[in-house]
Write a protein of this length. Structure first.
Length: 383
């Protein structure tokens, strides 16, 4: 049995990642998992069949438990994971020391492309009072990290979806969205509140190429409504202005969101979970990184772009510069061009961006997979 603890901060990225990890551990590694969540209402957004009031429930093979106070007395798992540095209950920490051997304690960190991550991955930190060591485990983009989370059959399912013309057609029909026209650009939009969004919508509406924008429920929907002069927007609403056609979609489960990413030509994503899924989609992406104090997120964004925009046989210096400028404009990086200028520049490099996105996904597929790396690491800590 493994314990995975998740403290929901906001925006569902932390619980989404933890829920995905738990399912992979159960399905692909035959490891029983207890997933502890301190906000069950957030979990039910991702799993509509879950009961927000249940203290314990079995969902897709995962034992999902409400992380309540006081914390229940349970036998700790062989491995205990605190997702993104959430603090474990003191009673559970004490119980971990009474196991023989003590529980393996892992702090699963946020994803970063910064160089310092490689040197910190796997490092131990002793507890100040208890005979326990916490190990820091970092997702990342090369073999010196834990890699990226990916289901075993994800790539096969993605390619089967794309190679079967009826699959995208059925997906769009299920969402009440017409099939793409040959001349249009189809874009998914999932972001935080963003001052650049009205300018991007304006650039799309004034462009020569039709743009169909699919916006799942979330923070951006209110901004979209205001852009079109509406007071609010809900799933099923459609807005049109000149070359721009926007469809508001319901917040969906993770498998359906993957299909949205696969079916679009370009994906605007946010945070960490949708950011990683967009990379596996092998489509061009624009990342809205979670804003941090003192613009620390700009450093993390630059570290990723240094990797993603490196010139390769599948890319050019011009296309890489256009991708970097679009990310900078979208994230308010000082010195970046305006969003309309950045968008119009990037549009001239769509083909190169598509080829590069496919090659990037192929290279990441050859790297470590996070759940498998976690299992191997944990096994190495058991004495």
């Amino acid at each position: 049995m493994w314990d995975v603890f998740c403290s929901v901060v906001d925006n569902y990225g932390d619980v989404g990642f933890s829920w995905r990890l738990a399912r992979i551990l159960v399905r692909e590694h035959d490891i029983p998992v207890r997933l502890w969540i301190d906000d069950m209402h957030a979990f039910t957004v991702l799993d509509r069949g879950a009961d927000a009031t249940a203290a314990v429930q079995l969902r897709q093979g995962v034992e999902v438990r409400a992380w309540s106070d006081p914390f229940p007395e349970v036998e700790p798992g062989e491995v205990v994971i605190e997702a993104f540095g959430c603090a474990l209950p003191d009673t559970h920490l004490s119980a971990m020391t009474r196991r023989s051997p003590p529980s393996v304690w892992i702090n699963l960190e946020y994803l970063s492309a910064e160089d310092w991550v490689n040197g910190c991955h796997g490092l131990p930190s002793p507890h100040p009072r208890l005979p326990l060591r916490k190990h820091f485990f970092f997702p990342g983009f090369d073999e010196r990290t834990g890699g990226l989370l990916r289901e075993r059959d994800l790539i096969r399912e993605r390619d089967a979806f794309r190679n079967d013309a009826s699959a995208p057609a059925a997906f769009w029909q299920s969402r009440g969205v017409p099939m793409a026209r040959p001349d249009e650009l189809r874009v998914s939009l999932f972001c935080y509140d963003n001052p650049a969004l009205p300018g991007l919508l304006e650039a799309w509406s004034r462009g020569l190429q039709p743009v169909t924008c699919l916006a799942p429920e979330g923070r951006a929907v209110a901004q979209i409504a205001r852009f079109f002069g509406a007071t609010a927007a809900k799933p099923g609403d459609r807005f049109k202005r000149d070359a721009l056609d926007v469809h508001i979609l319901p917040f969906t489960d993770q498998p359906a969101y993957d299909r949205l990413l696969w079916a679009c030509d370009l994906n605007f994503v946010r945070g960490e979970d949708s950011f990683v899924r967009a990379q596996w989609a092998a489509r061009p992406l624009v990342w809205h990184i979670y804003p941090q104090a003192e613009q620390a997120h700009h450093v993390k964004l630059a570290a990723f772009l240094d990797r993603y925009c490196s010139v390769s046989p599948e890319s050019t210096a011009e296309a890489a510069a256009a991708t970097r400028a679009l990310h900078g404009a979208w994230n308010g990086v000082p010195g970046a061009p305006g969003i309309d200028e950045a968008w119009n520049h990037w549009r001239g490099h769509v083909r190169a961006a598509q080829i590069h996105a496919r090659a990037w996904a192929n290279r990441r597929e050859r790297g470590p997979e996070l759940a498998a790396a976690l299992v191997k690491f944990a096994q190495g800590q058991v004495k």
